[in-house]
Design a protein around this ligand. Structure first.
Ligand code: NAD
Length: 337
């Protein structure tokens, strides 16, 4: 297998996980790590045995074939366009961008340059969501009636990097985090055609940062999608599920999915492997998404989560925010419209 020359742009939290996952794959050579914060670039560069670089241009001088974009979301459009113009395939962390115009620019630039673009909606590779998807596809649940994603956390703003608390850089909690639950609902339940949203702002010292996000979605199938998310909840739950007309399946905690037959309430626990490999510390779900992108590049086929999917997720989140602002339901244009 020919070695793929890869550059990492942004050397923060998620970049470290990607790097470890990439280094555990065959046929990967890291040719440089870019971050304006020198000690971050150096720490990851050392791990990769590659140079630490302060500028993207220095990375492109080293002729990478693909880049992993692990920077704050406001930077994704311009950085993707530059990568595509340098002839690089782009793995872009979620959210794809902060607005649809940015996402469109990214998709168009990659298309023009003939390179592939994949968005890191990694939850599609979590063992729990893969088990849910299998149950839906096998028909074990019957006709899906409700698909839900619930992230109820007790978080503290002082643990967030500054860019995350700035909606002009992150898009806020709904865009930056809840694009994950939206993606999971779309992946398990199909397209969202109508959105009712409600958003709360609960951190007094960050009055324009949303901390509570609720969405009620009408799916094209007629099923409902339910999104419930909070950074200010004592419930501490992060789960996804599907309620079908014959059975319900959900992931009450990491490492298991529960399947409850409605007719007799029989409950089965389906164990799934942990996301992080306890022996190596490698995030298996990230490794799976990275493997998928490398395979797509090698086969010159669209990756499993192309830019258009990231754009569709973002469109739903933006519709939720619009609905919350305007106090009315918002309909979504059909995909491609
Ligand atoms: N898939 C997931 O589950 C997941 C989890 C966390 C974060 N993310 C996403 O990953 C991205 C990064 O998040 P993070 O938590 O790693 O943030 P972070 O703050 O830990 O890291 C971001 C890094 O980008 C660097 N940076 C800033 N400007 C840059 C530039 N012009 N060129 C190169 N580097 C630059 C910063 O110095 C920082 O080191 C965000 O889009 C975030 O939403 C995804």
């Amino acid at each position: 297998m020919a070695t793929m020359r890869i550059g990492i742009i942004g050397a923060g939290t998620i970049a470290r996980d990607h790097l470890r996952a990439l280094l555990a794959l065959e046929g990967v050579e890291i040719v440089g790590v870019v971050d304006p914060v020198q000690e971050r670039a150096m720490a990851l560069a050392q791990l990769a045995g590659a140079p630490a670089l302060a500028e993207e241009s220095a990375l492109y001088d080293r002729r990478p074939q693909a880049v992993w974009l692990c920077t704050p979301p406001d930077l994704h459009p311009d950085q993707t366009v530059r990568a595509a113009e340098a002839g690089c395939h782009v793995f872009c962390e979620k959210p794809i961008a902060l607005d649809l115009a940015g996402a469109d620019r990214m998709i168009a630039a990659c298309r023009r340059a003939g390179v592939h673009l994949m968005v890191g909606q990694v939850i599609r590779y979590y063992p729990e969501t893969l088990a849910l998807k299998r149950l839906v596809e096998e028909g074990a649940l019957g006709q899906p009636l409700v698909v839900f994603g619930r992230r109820l956390l007790a978080a503290r703003p002082e643990t967030f990097p500054a860019w995350r608390l700035d909606p002009r850089r992150s898009g806020g909690f709904a865009v930056e985090s809840e694009v994950h639950e939206v993606d999971t609902i779309r992946w398990l339940g199909g397209e969202v055609v109508r959105v009712v949203g409600q958003v709360g702002y609960g951190w007094a010292e960050h009055p324009d940062f949303d901390t509570v996000v609720h969405g009620l979605f009408t799916l094209a199938s007629g099923a409902a999608g339910l999104l419930e998310a909070s950074l200010q909840s004592g419930l501490r739950r992060w789960e996804w599920g599907v309620i079908g007309h014959r059975a319900t399946a959900y992931s009450p905690r990491r490492g298991e999915v529960r399947l409850i037959r409605l007719a007799d309430q029989h409950e089965e626990v389906i164990p799934v492997e942990p996301v992080v490999d306890p022996a190596t510390g490698v995030n298996r779900s990230m490794q799976a998404e990275n493997r998928e992108f490398l395979e797509a590049i090698r086969a010159d086929r669209p990756p499993a989560i192309p830019g258009e999917e990231g754009r569709a997720d973002l469109a739903v989140v933006l519709a939720l925010l619009q609905s919350a602002r305007e106090g009315r339901p918002v309909s979504l244009a059909p995909a491609g419209g």
